[in-house]
Design a protein around this ligand. Structure first.
Ligand code: F6P
Length: 354
């Protein structure tokens, strides 16, 4: 048996832990040959791959990023390198040349959508969900999320001490695309007094009111705002558009926008920190290392059992698998009545609601 592995889309902490677990499980349990495809699906077009064996994956468990490299623009069905033409047949030629029996694709919704199309072309695929955004359908957790939340929580702890010293409003803008999971969980872990997420449009006046109330008691305010959050009746804050990307919009800047709106409404200084890619880099937390290893092992089990077109997922505390077709191209947002949203309201955190 010869199995390919690739990592697609943006990187995130824990990718190497999955690569390691898939490789070691396949070698130990089925004596498989394993090949890493470099830079996501791009490697199938540029014919870039490398053998993975026990030595190749030694010492990578705690390493951030991905040893295979990744690419967030490459969709072989609309290949940017061929003016958007369908180059999937060339990718399949390389798959046949390598002699791959199946592919383990580690990625987010975009990667799952592409993997699903290759499955239909006759390449058996198993998917492993990754993204710091935690917004993949059918899984309660993606690895990488816990690591991002840890970064946000630490950042808020640090912002709180300097904010308190100066009596300021401190805004921290998190990643998360169209989902508020990072801002919500990071904000709760870091004790934010205001948490603004895309799923709940906010009122600037309500946020200002909360800051004023706290200032009246001599208290500073920490605001955790998701990059996809938007005011009532307002649109997304777009940082840039990457025309030839399958996911062209890059969000960012709503924290600075909010600062400008708040400054005339509160009687103190307001400062903004954009946490950016710091949330995506570095070593995975122990939780993510373990989850990534469980996912990788389970993916190898699916390959061994010949159960393809499936993605591993966490449901309850069990690792299960679901059809990739159910996941491809969909997002899992924060329900407005989610238990953590209710807990936030219950302890007096403002969600920017009037
Ligand atoms: O999906 C992961 C993510 O980090 C999002 O939270 C963020 O919006 C986006 O990727 C940033 O992408 P890039 O690395 O291309 O700027």
């Amino acid at each position: 048996m010869h199995i390919g592995i690739l990592t697609g889309g943006g990187d995130c902490p824990g990718l190497n832990a999955v690569i390691r677990a898939v490789t070691l499980s396949l070698i130990n349990e089925c004596g498989a040959k394993v090949t890493g495809i470099e830079r996501g699906f791009l490697g199938l077009l540029t014919r870039s791959s490398r053998p993975l064996d026990t030595a190749a994956v030694a010492g990578i468990l705690a390493e951030g990023g991905t040893i295979l490299g990744t690419h967030n623009k490459c969709d072989p069905f609309h290949y940017f390198g061929a003016a958007g033409a369908d180059s999937s047949a060339a990718a399949m030629d390389y798959v046949r040349e390598l002699g791959l029996d199946a592919l383990v694709a580690i990625g987010g919704d975009g990667t799952m959508a592409i993997a699903h199309k290759f499955e239909a072309m006759g390449l058996p695929v198993v998917g492993v969900p990754k993204t710091i955004d935690n917004d993949l359908f059918c899984t309660e957790r993606t690895f990488g999320f816990d690591s991002a939340v840890a970064v946000v929580a630490e950042a808020l702890d640090r912002l709180a001490t300097t904010g308190r010293s100066h009596g300021r409003v401190m805004i921290a803008e998190t990643m998360g695309r169209y989902a508020g999971w990072i801002a919500l969980e990071g904000g709760m872990a870091g004790g934010a007094e205001v948490i603004l997420i895309p799923e709940i449009p906010f009122s600037v006046e309500a946020v200002a009111e909360r800051c004023r109330e706290r200032a009246a008691h001599g208290l500073s305010t920490i605001i955790s705002i998701a990059e996809g959050a938007a005011p009532e009746g307002g649109g997304l804050t777009i940082q840039r558009t990457i025309a030839d990307s399958p996911d062209p919009l890059r969000l960012g800047g709503v924290g600075n926008w909010l600062q400008q709106q708040l400054e005339p409404l509160v009687d103190c200084e307001v400062r903004t920190t954009l946490l950016g890619h710091i949330q995506r880099g570095g070593s995975p937390t122990p939780f993510d290392r373990v989850l990534a290893t469980r996912f990788g092992y389970h993916a190898a089990q699916l390959v061994e059992a010949g159960q393809f077109a499936r993605m591993v997922a966490l449901q309850g505390d069990a690792v299960v698998s679901v059809p990739i077709s159910e996941v491809a191209g969909k997002n899992r947002l924060v329900p407005r009545d989610h238990e953590l949203v209710r807990a936030a309201r219950g302890i007096g955190v403002s969600l920017g609601e009037k």
